[in-house]
Design a protein around this ligand. Structure first.
Ligand code: FCB
Length: 451
């Protein structure tokens, strides 16, 4: 047990995602992704922007690497763009796509920065969407083939793999709310997609253990939200239980226990939106538990009983009085502690990494050319303090990846929301540290003592 600080081998990183930073949307043989397509839908993106150029990381990755080195990071989480590797989702590999990531991995290792690769951060090849995307069971097998290719190519050097980023967002924002690619609005399709994503995850874990020359660790990243009842009343307590099942357990239970929570399954069944569950799929999940869980934590949920949702009978709202970030997300660092302790207790004491945590603010306070983002610093500090509290209470937390290294394309918000500790000038493409970057540098250098 560490005295008071973070464990000695703690990973201090930053996280990014391919579509949000790379740009070069049509270069070197890359195929079209569902985000390339979705961004062209009128009205889909707040400022009408796309990730076509994004931060031009594809060409300027050396600048970003230098930045990470100067920050003193010992880990970097990034995602691979599936359509760069398989332009039409499967079939022939695009060698230049693979080469881009291989060069990046080697350069990171040279700087002693451990690469943590996310295999899927939302940019499905459009060719697979044309065949039903994540509602098509076959997509899970195409994903495992793609994953295997990367394991064989990079598995000797990359020790940390993440199958999927936030399958709940892929499924529900993408196929039910229609606010993310592919922009479908159909609850039944979303539920089916969520199950196919779970199968894809399990197949990739299986492929990793079979294929990787030096199998190390593979996990999944879930966006998790502790759910609190809106009032002390019984109906809100019940609503919070259902919300927790639908938001958290719907993904945690298949991953760790090979089953879905019965309460939601029954409600989905009654609403005629239950997924098609092949018993083989569940067996596959049970026999492929992850080596670690990636947790993305931003904000809690507060649930109240409501018939606005005719199937699940709850809705979530943000606390009225608490501080919010630019996203409208409630700032509640204690939620991270509650979440970590609960995962430890309910899911067999898993190894955990915080794979995303951070905040969007207006960044309006600029002095001498530098953004003075004290609000972002206090958000991150407060969350790290709660992470440390959880470590003291026995949670096996192994790393923290701040979201995000530099301001980037924030999905349907375009460039209007800034989460970076580095500011991006979208004309010159220059990168400038915000105050939070210097602060994080000190935290990393002191292994968390300078919080
Ligand atoms: C998460 C996403 C990430 C980023 C942050 C703000 O849901 O994984 O790409 O958009 O939110």
């Amino acid at each position: 047990m560490p005295e008071r600080g973070f464990p000695k081998e703690f990973l201090w990183g930053a996280a990014t995602a391919a579509y949000q930073i790379e740009g070069a949307a049509r270069e070197d043989g890359k195929g079209e992704s569902i985000w390339d397509r979705f961004c062209r839908t009128p009205g889909a993106i707040q400022d009408g922007q796309t990730g076509e150029v994004a931060c031009d990381h594809y060409h300027r990755w050396r600048d970003d690497l230098e930045n990470m080195r100067d920050l003193g990071l010992n880990a970097y989480r990034f995602s691979v763009s599936w359509p760069r590797i398989f332009p039409s989702g499967s079939g022939k590999v695009n060698a230049s796509g693979l080469a881009f990531y291989e060069t990046l991995v080697d350069a990171l290792l040279k700087e002693h920065i451990e690469p943590a690769i996310t295999l899927y951060h939302w940019d499905l090849p459009q060719a697979l969407q044309d065949k039903g995307g994540w509602t098509n069971h076959d997509t899970a097998f195409r994903f495992a083939d793609y994953a295997e290719k990367l394991f064989l190519k990079l598995g000797d050097r990359v020790k940390t793999w993440i199958t999927l980023n936030e399958p709940q967002v892929s499924a529900f924002a993408g196929y039910c709310d229609g606010i993310h690619a592919p922009g479908v609005k159909d609850l039944g399709q979303a539920v089916q997609a969520s199950h196919v994503l779970m199968v894809a995850h399990a197949l990739a874990v299986e492929a990793y253990r079979e294929a990787s020359p030096a199998a190390h660790r593979i996990g999944i990243t879930l966006n998790l939200h502790p759910v609190y009842p809106w009032t002390d009343g019984i109906s809100d307590a019940e609503a919070a239980g259902i919300a927790d099942s639908r938001i958290n357990r719907w993904f945690l239970d298949p991953v760790f226990r090979g089953e879905y929570p019965k309460d939601i399954l029954a409600l989905f069944d009654a609403g005629k939106v239950a997924p098609h569950l092949d018993p083989k799929d569940l067996a596959l999940l049970s026999s492929n538990p992850p080596d670690f869980l990636g947790v993305n934590y931003y904000f809690p949920m507060r649930a109240l009983a409501s018939d606005a949702d005719p199937i699940l009978h709850y809705e979530c709202a943000a606390h009225k009085d608490r501080e919010k970030t630019e996203m409208g997300w409630e700032v509640y660092p204690e939620g991270l502690y509650d979440l970590l302790v609960r995962l430890d207790r309910d899911y067999g004491r898993p190894s955990i990494m915080i794979t995303e945590n951070g905040a969007a603010y207006t960044d309006a306070n600029v002095a001498n050319g530098q953004v003075h983002d004290d609000d972002r610093i206090s958000y991150i500090r407060a969350h790290l303090e709660q992470a440390l509290r959880a470590i003291h209470d026995g949670v096996k937390l192994q790393g923290y990846f701040l979201w995000t290294l530099l301001d980037n394309f924030e999905w349907s918000f375009g460039f209007t929301r800034k989460f970076g500790i580095t500011a991006l000038d979208r004309h010159s493409m220059g990168r400038t540290w915000k105050k939070s970057a210097s602060w994080y540098q000190g935290v990393v250098a002191s292994n968390g003592a300078a919080l």
